[in-house]
Design a protein around this ligand. Structure first.
Ligand SMILES: [Fe+2]
Length: 170
């Protein structure tokens, strides 16, 4: 079973932390199911937690793709949609039908982990190529209306509108 390692790092800290978290959550559920074989309720809650984690992570990753203008966005989102709307619900239906047996839970976790590993290497790493090229170097500073970075933005865009309220250089 694949575990998180540096080869999965795409170089965007927030995404890498979530990927690492996903590997870790899956491993923890695997361990819990292995240690305690009679925990259908725990397994059900854990899988629900994992599902919510995956969905939130997809949303974060899709926001990143949009923010950098990634040209493979639609295709990549389509892969997320397939997992989110078809594969996960189907796997969950099977788990519910089987009563969350340890064997079925382990099988689902194996599928999720392998999918995750392949998806990061095959698709998420592609997004990383766009990050330094397309992302503005100081994205956060551009949202400030009046602050310490305004004079810098004025210097970088001399033709732009001057923010009269803020003159930190005076
Ligand atoms: Fe992705």
């Amino acid at each position: 079973m694949p575990e998180w390692s540096e080869k999965y790092a795409i170089g965007v800290e927030s995404v890498d932390r979530e990927h690492e978290g996903l590997f870790s959550v899956i491993s923890k559920i695997e361990e819990a199911v292995r240690v305690n074989k009679n925990t259908a309720w725990t397994a059900e809650q854990a899988i629900l937690y994992l599902q919510r984690y995956v969905v939130r992570h997809f949303e974060d990753e899709e926001a990143l793709m949009r923010s950098v203008g990634y040209d493979g966005y639609e295709r990549h989102k389509g892969i997320h949609d397939g997992m989110r709307e078809r594969v996960l619900p189907r796997l969950q239906q099977r788990l519910a039908a089987d009563g969350y047996t340890p064997e079925t839970v382990e099988q689902l976790l194996r599928i999720c982990k392998k999918w995750l590993a392949r998806h990061i290497l095959g698709h998420d790493l592609e997004i990383a190529k766009w990050v330094p090229k397309k992302a503005p170097p100081k994205e956060g500073s551009q949202r400030k209306t009046a602050g310490s970075d305004d004079h810098l933005s004025h210097l970088l865009h001399p033709g732009g509108r001057r923010v009269s309220r803020s003159r930190p250089w005076l």
